[in-house]
Write a new protein. Structure first.
Length: 304
């Protein structure tokens, strides 16, 4: 980490530690700013600039994620979970929960699948991306996705940890081939599927395509059925040249300490409609199939 950034990170980390240990208490932005030694305006600017979201949104999403995790991992009453996560009443908790997750707490518990669980930010220097990477600290969440079909163009790729990686050229060439064969719609995300279902290997099949009905768009294209799966989702924002370094950090420094275990299956790259890799800054998501080992969020919370 660059020496000039260390004091600033230390101050933000002090605030984060306080937030994580006091999610059941009122957390006014002005009080959090004082803990970090900033004015409210300075604190909002620094926090948003480094994390990509406001501190108010971070606290709200973390509280709701902790509540969702407690619904999945405990048998506590819904009203008690809401109070333990800083909500003043059952009504306010249920309303906020439904706005964020699209269903009631009871329905979420009944479904039994993790969805939209924001993981706490960690500013431990050993777990941060290198300062040379010109990208924001990525937002990471636990999510799930039902099975779906992807249709597109496939080819063999040597990946990030191969002795002879060629993904920087092979992956773009597959997307270019797809664009030549199919008119890509402007309103649908592009999905790259990394077939790692056979276990660790320096090379794998990469499918550049779109989510489709089981019938392929074109007889010349490849079709793959991706099964239902739990995922850890990394939301990347920065120059595309920084993506490989962020993924290396994610797999080597973040994931081993996350409380979940990556499984060999189908990794996903999800690109927004109209994605332009030549833009100075891009946004995309990388989905890694995982098996839950322990709660990710409750470890950081009161009595966690």
């Amino acid at each position: 980490m660059e020496p000039s950034r260390q004091p600033q990170w230390a101050r933000i980390e002090r605030v984060l530690n306080y937030i994580h240990l006091n999610l059941d208490k009122p957390l006014a932005v002005s009080s959090l700013a004082r803990i970090g030694g900033w004015s409210r305006w300075q604190f909002n600017r620094v926090f948003s600039g480094q994390t990509g979201c406001s501190v108010g949104r971070y606290v709200r999403e973390l509280r709701l994620s902790l509540a969702a995790e407690m619904l999945l991992f405990t048998d506590q009453r819904i009203i008690d979970i809401g109070l333990a996560c800083g909500f003043g009443s059952d009504i306010s908790f249920c309303r906020s929960f439904k706005q964020h997750f699209g269903c009631s707490p009871a329905k979420y518990r009944q479904r039994g699948l993790p969805c939209l669980l924001k993981t706490p930010l960690c500013l431990d220097p050993d777990h941060l991306p290198p300062a040379s990477v010109k990208a924001r600290i990525p937002d990471i969440r636990l999510d799930s996705r039902p099975g779906f079909t992807v249709t597109g163009v496939a080819g063999r790729v040597h990946g990030l940890f191969s002795p002879c990686p060629d993904f920087r050229t092979r992956v773009p060439s597959l997307w270019h081939r797809l664009a030549r064969q199919v008119a890509l719609p402007d309103d649908r995300p592009r999905i790259g599927v990394l077939d790692l279902s056979s276990g660790p290997s320096p090379a794998f099949t990469y499918l550049a395509g779109l989510a489709t009905e089981p019938e392929p768009l074109d007889g010349r294209l490849n079709t793959l059925q991706v099964p239902a799966q739990n995922y850890v989702v990394l939301s990347f924002r920065g120059p595309i040249t920084s993506l490989a370094d962020i993924l290396t950090w994610f797999f080597q420094a973040w994931l081993p300490h996350a409380g979940c275990q990556a499984v060999y299956g189908y990794d996903l790259e999800v690109y927004p409609p109209g994605f332009d890799p030549a833009a100075p800054e891009v946004s995309m998501e990388y989905w890694v199939p995982v098996k839950l080992v322990e709660p990710l969020i409750a470890r950081h919370a009161p009595n966690g």
